[in-house]
Every structure is written in C-alpha cells, then in structure tokens.
Design a binder for this molecule. Structure first.
Ligand code: THU
Length: 126
C-alpha cells in the first residue's frame, strides 16, 4: 500500500468515528510490516476518560490480531489542519512502534511525515 492509499484510508475511516460529544472525527490506518492494514477511529464515552483515540484503536486491533511490527500510521481528522497525535498516542507509538513513519494528514489529502522521535523526544520508558 502506498502512503497516499494509507492516507486516503485514514480519511475514509473518519466516517466510522463515534464522537457525539466532541463532534471531532478522527480516522487512522495502520500499515503492518507484513502488509496488513488495520483501521481506527475515535470512540468516545459519556464517562469521558474512557474515550479512545483513532490511533490507539488501530494499534489495539492490530495487536489483538497478533501483529507486532509496524511500518506506517496515517491519521486524519474532521478539523481543517494537519492532524497530530495526542500525547497518550505518542507514548503508545513510542513503546510499540520504534520505526514507525507517522503520516499526519489534512482533509485535502496532503500529509506531513514524522518519526517516533520527532513526535516524542526524551520519552518516558519503563
Ligand atoms: N482524538 C483522536 O482520536 N486522536 C488524537 O490523537 C487526538 C484526539 C480524539 C479523541 C476525542 O474523541 C476527540 O478526538 C477530541 O479530543
């Protein structure tokens, strides 16, 4: 899958977001080293702290399916700007995907690429 296809898939996945509280729809698409792609969207909860981001739903699906090696993650939102992962998602990426390329897209299908260390320098590590 090309970077463009991964970004388009993340844009499509926004439509699956369950975001009745923020109305901010986020879509993600995670490309694994073996070529499989896992979809993600944000899933909100009236107990707000239980909300899970699009990036982490994609990771959780992939891990549950047995994946451990990740190549690229595209993320997009219903906002106008390039969609950047939140701090918790950056920590997830740091631990689970050291060589990940993160493609942060805007609604026009343009993207900016970041590495794990671009997103979370001086990270906490257990
Ligand atoms: N959100 C994501 O899905 N990913 C991020 O990296 C940032 C935030 C979601 C969580 C919540 O449903 C909504 O965006 C507003 O914060």
């Amino acid at each position: 899958m090309t970077d463009r296809e991964l970004v388009l898939r993340a844009l499509d996945n926004r439509a699956n977001a369950y975001a009745p509280y923020s109305k901010f729809q986020v879509g993600a698409a995670l490309l694994c080293a073996d070529g499989r792609v896992f979809d993600g969207c944000n899933v909100e909860c009236g107990s707000y702290g239980a909300t899970i981001c699009a990036e982490r739903t994609a990771f959780v699906s992939a891990i549950a399916a047995g994946e451990r090696e990740f190549a690229a993650l595209a993320v997009s939102s219903s906002g106008e700007d390039f969609c950047m992962p939140c701090g918790i998602c950056r920590q997830f990426i740091f631990e689970l995907a050291p060589n990940l390329r993160v493609l942060c897209a805007n609604p026009n299908g343009e993207w900016r690429e970041y590495s794990r260390d671009d997103l979370l320098p001086h990270a906490f590590e257990l």
